[in-house]
Ligand binder design. Structure first.
Ligand code: COA
Length: 372
């Protein structure tokens, strides 16, 4: 049996912070309402030039550096998102190209649950022996799909990206078990009704604001509290463990009250639950990888920690995975990591410029030789 351990991790969020107080100036809401009903205090919103691809690349570069890998070492790239830069081409190929990787790449769309779906998919390529190093990204620039005049939805969402490198390993680490679920009968509760093939974008769809997210918050809330605990427990049992073995629950960060209810159902104290919704809001499929990265950075996850990730979202979908972290750090790459990312990026740009100049110098010579 081959396992896929998490060898690298990274995250990227936009610089711009939108606080609840900013939202008070935009719609009829209050900081007090948002905090008590959702737990959110602020979220990051992408500015011009910050896209799903650019945030993904930034997160992926960190994950590769942590894993001590170069883009050329990657065998596959999986990108979970509901907000690709374009409908065509797939954003996964843009990310592959921008990273300078030379492998296959594809997208996975399963609403906010997408990252857990992608992790489980990556694990299959490793378990089968097909691939050794797989980049798994969860990224979302959802803010352009948010109706900033609708207080029911606009207070909830934020943008961001998280990435991990899954690497083949013989020791039982990485994704130990997973549960994937879908119930399309609840699709209408969370959807963007216009702009797709069923109702292509026209002046009418724009006028009817169909290109924005519509949500029945109460129904989604009920659905989430119904599936989160069950899915997490099922994944834990599939791994041959009990809730006592779980060191940290990383839930999808959609609403602090949903997270607390799930923890209560599972009998987990809140100090075993990771919550960062106050700073990022609901970043959709980026929420679990961003939380994972922050949990590692805060020392909440050790090498032998058993972590349960559980998510839910549009579809409606849900998923859970039990992950054993394994080796957390590789000291031999500490020196490489000590060099600031910007310096490394400048060095890469300088090397490419040199390569291009060398190519330009050699081209006439090559042309002369081949003409003969
Ligand atoms: N500020 C102030 N009032 C607001 C508001 C806001 N931002 N949004 C809604 N309200 C109002 C409603 O209009 C309603 O007023 P009414 O009773 O006069 O009609 C009142 O607050 C209560 O609305 P309700 O929907 O019952 O609130 P709630 O306690 O269920 O909280 C959500 C609303 C959206 C926060 C909650 O239902 C939720 O989080 N659902 C899950 C959403 C989710 O997770 N989506 C993403 C899935 S990936």
């Amino acid at each position: 049996m081959r396992y896929g351990r998490i060898a690298g991790w990274g995250k990227a969020v936009p610089r711009k912070v939108l606080t609840n107080f900013d939202l008070e100036q935009m719609v009829d809401t209050s900081d007090e309402w948002i905090v008590t009903r959702t737990g959110i205090r602020e979220r990051r919103i992408a500015s011009q030039g910050e896209t799903t691809a650019s945030l993904s690349v930034a997160a992926a570069q960190q994950a590769l550096e942590r894993a001590g890998l170069l883009p050329a070492d990657l065998d596959l790239i999986l990108v979970a998102t509901s907000s690709p830069d374009y409908l065509l081409p797939p954003v996964s190929s843009m990310i592959q190209h921008w990273l300078g990787a030379k492998c296959g790449a594809f997208m996975i769309t399963a609403g906010c649950t997408g990252f857990v779906y992608a992790l489980a998919t990556a694990q299959q390529f490793i378990a089968s022996g097909a691939y050794r190093n797989i980049l798994v990204v969860g990224a979302e620039v959802i803010s352009p799909a948010v109706d900033w005049t609708d207080r029911n939805t606009c207070v909830l969402f934020g943008d961001g990206a998280g990435a991990v490198v899954l690497q083949a390993s013989d020791t039982p680490t990485g994704v130990l078990s997973f549960v994937l679920g879908s119930d399309g009968s609840g699709a209408e509760h969370l959807m963007m009704p216009g702009g797709g093939v069923a109702d292509p974008p026209t002046h009418r769809t724009i006028d009817e604001r169909k290109h924005f997210i519509r949500m029945n918050g109460r129904e989604v809330f009920k659905f989430a509290t119904r599936v989160m605990g069950h899915a997490a427990l099922e994944a834990v049992e599939k791994a041959g463990l009990t809730m006592h073995d779980v060191d940290l629950l990383i839930p999808h960060q959609a609403n602090a009250r949903i997270i607390e209810l799930a923890a209560r159902q599972l009998g987990l104290p809140m100090d075993k639950v990771f919550v960062n919704i106050d700073r990022y809001g609901n970043t959709s499929t980026a929420s679990i990888p961003i939380a994972l990265v922050e949990a590692i950075e805060q020392g909440r996850i050790q090498a032998d920690s058993t972590v349960v990730m559980v998510g839910f979202g549009a579809g409606l979908t849900w998923a859970a995975a039990v992950v054993k972290m394994g080796v957390l750090d590789q000291p031999r790459f500490a020196l490489w990591r000590a060099i600031p990312s910007r310096a490394k990026m400048r060095a890469r740009v300088a090397i490419s410029a040199l390569q291009m100049r060398a190519g330009a110098l050699l081209l006439p010579l090559y042309a002369r030789v081949t003409r003969r």
